[in-house]
Design a protein around this ligand. Structure first.
Ligand code: DGL
Length: 270
């Protein structure tokens, strides 16, 4: 039995870490498409082709359920995959919905009509492709009314994290937060809409100020996955081994992953 966790690179490790803690008996197959990261500057066809190739590989590794722990792939490719590509005995889920449900004070699967919610001014930080897709705004509009969302495309941050240049990543985060504050001086909440960004959580929080509630996906996705598997235990696939797969250089990716998660992680070639 294994569940797949996919990201363009290292960001999905923030989700992997949370799901592993929440579901310690479930083996996870992690796939980082590090050779092709960042996805955030690619067009939708490109993201679709890369994502489907990775998901195919994870099915071969014994996963029937795959979490796209990548907002860019969730925004640019997931709907197209669900419409025509995923076989009926497999599932691929994205990472937006748990976050939007938390922001809009909803429990899992509450599909009641949109209503007023506590937060009125939301700052969204995401990759250029996710911002361009407007997927967050769409999902939010299904659930809430009267929420003002300002989006900031955070160019460069994913590349800097993938390269392990956290000084550059920090400088870029601060400048993106400055740019956001010029558009929306007093957000009540900030969404880290890219799974790489929790690795810079403290910098976002510091630059935004202590009054801003920062939402990131890892724990929310872990709760949703636990709930989903409770209701669909058959979706834990046939794989029995936890694996870390990468299209990049396994030794370089292992070093970065070990640095980020502060435990030994060993990737192998996908
Ligand atoms: N972690 C991916 C996301 O959540 C990063 C995207 C990228 O590769 O640019 O969007």
């Amino acid at each position: 039995m294994a569940v797949g966790i996919f990201d363009s690179g290292l960001g999905g490790l923030t989700v992997l870490d949370a799901v592993t803690k929440r579901l310690p008996d479930v083996p996870f197959v992690y796939f980082g498409d590090n050779a092709h990261a960042p996805y955030g500057v690619r067009d939708a066809d490109d993201v679709y082709n890369l994502t489907t190739a990775a998901v195919d590989r994870m099915w071969d590794a014994g996963c029937d359920l795959i979490i796209l722990a990548c907002n860019t792939a969730s925004a640019a490719a997931l709907r197209r995959m669900q419409e025509s590509w995923i076989p009926s005995d497999k599932r691929v889920l994205g990472v937006f919905v748990p976050l939007i449900e938390a922001l809009t004070e909803r429990s899992w699967g509450d599909n009641s009509p949109p209503r007023e919610v506590e937060v009125k001014h939301v700052a969204l930080f995401a990759t250029p492709a996710t911002v361009a897709s407007r997927a967050f705004q769409r999902e939010l509009a299904f659930r809430a009314i009267g929420v003002d969302v300002e989006a900031q495309a955070c160019g460069g941050v994913v590349d800097a994290i993938e390269e392990g240049d956290l000084i550059l990543a920090e400088a870029l985060v601060r400048s993106h937060v400055d740019a956001m504050k010029r558009k929306m001086p007093d957000p009540q909440a900030a969404i880290l809409g890219c799974t790489h960004y929790p690795l810079m959580h403290d910098t976002f929080q510091d630059a935004l100020g202590a009054d801003v509630k920062v939402y990131s996906q890892a724990n929310l996705v872990a709760e949703s996955l636990a709930d989903y598997l409770g209701r669909h235990p058959n979706m834990i696939g046939g794989g029995t081994e936890s694996l870390f797969l990468t299209t990049g250089d396994p030794s370089k990716v292992s070093d970065r992953a070990t640095q980020f998660l502060r435990r030994k992680i060993t990737f192998q070639k996908a």
